[in-house]
Design a protein around this ligand. Sequence first.
Ligand code: NAI
Length: 334
Amino acid sequence: MNYPVTIIPGDGIGPEVCQAARLVLEASGVAFEWHEHQAGMEVANRYGTPLPQETVDSVIRDGVALKGPIGTPIGTGFRSVNVELRKTLDLYANFRPARSIPGVESRYQDVDLIVIRENTEGLYSGLEHIVVPGVVESLRVITEKGSERIVRFAFETARKYGRKKVTAVHKANILKLSDGLFLEIARRVARDYPDIAYEEAIVDATAMKLVLNPAQFDVLVMENLFGDIISDLTSGLIGGLGLAPSANIGEKYAVFEAVHGSAPDIAGKGLANPTALILSGVLMLRHLGEMEAADRVEKAVHAVIQEKKQVTRDLGGTASTMDFARAVVEKLQG
Ligand code: NAI
């Protein structure tokens, strides 16, 4: 069977890492019917909108998308396409695993964490207004429904992956009403999962504890902005943004993308590490039920990284984005 998948190359290094990920996924033995559609900054210049309706429609038809990073103008301009897509398709859960890869030099060798980030609410609701000149308000929306489903997703993820503990990360000491609600719901949901330990941790202390000893955590669940920041931190713990995959999951659709952005500083030079997007493809294969192919691709990526001969500059090598992808394909075929 051919899986229909929408592929969105995106901006900056997006087209490069997408091409690499596509090459590897096609060598996995699983057949795809790719539907390529555009979104991003260049598209906005050409079509007047950064997220054409035909791109959204394609994801709705296929149910699954592999997406490159998309840039967002800072301070002014259009709202983030990434946020827009997550909200439009109600991709409420952002699954961001951070697992050490053998052979990558980093602070720790045994990191195995899962960050679950709420994807549709919080400060990313995009509700900002000028109260009076010089005073701006951004609304941080936390709802009972949004909290309930993200915490439940975290516990279900913990069960699915045989994990022992879920930590609800919050700032309820200051944000008494909004994060107070989040915690109240988290405690209630936790009671439905007596087989999994539940604990709470304040976000600033969590950042410090993660750097000192990441092994004290297992699955972490939190609202949107905290999840954005903490998951970049956990990417750093395993060796950088070039290695961290993610999945945006909703009831009906799923969009797989790397944690990193469009990296304009290295775009168009073949320097980007495609590992993060290839491993996002591994998450996509698992989502499609192709467990064996997913394991093979993951093993091939790890083997190429461990050999250190065909790795990109961020991992201390000189290989290009496509050299790395071709080395992974060779491993898959060897
Ligand atoms: P970034 O993740 O693009 O880059 C941060 C640093 O990591 C840069 O030095 C970059 O060269 C490096 N890096 C990132 N990915 C890499 C890779 N695959 N291989 C090697 N090095 C890599 O973050 P930045 O610079 O803050 O954002 C750039 C643009 O990307 C912004 O417009 C931002 O809004 C957007 N962005 C989009 C995301 C998405 O589409 N999901 C996520 C994060 C940012």
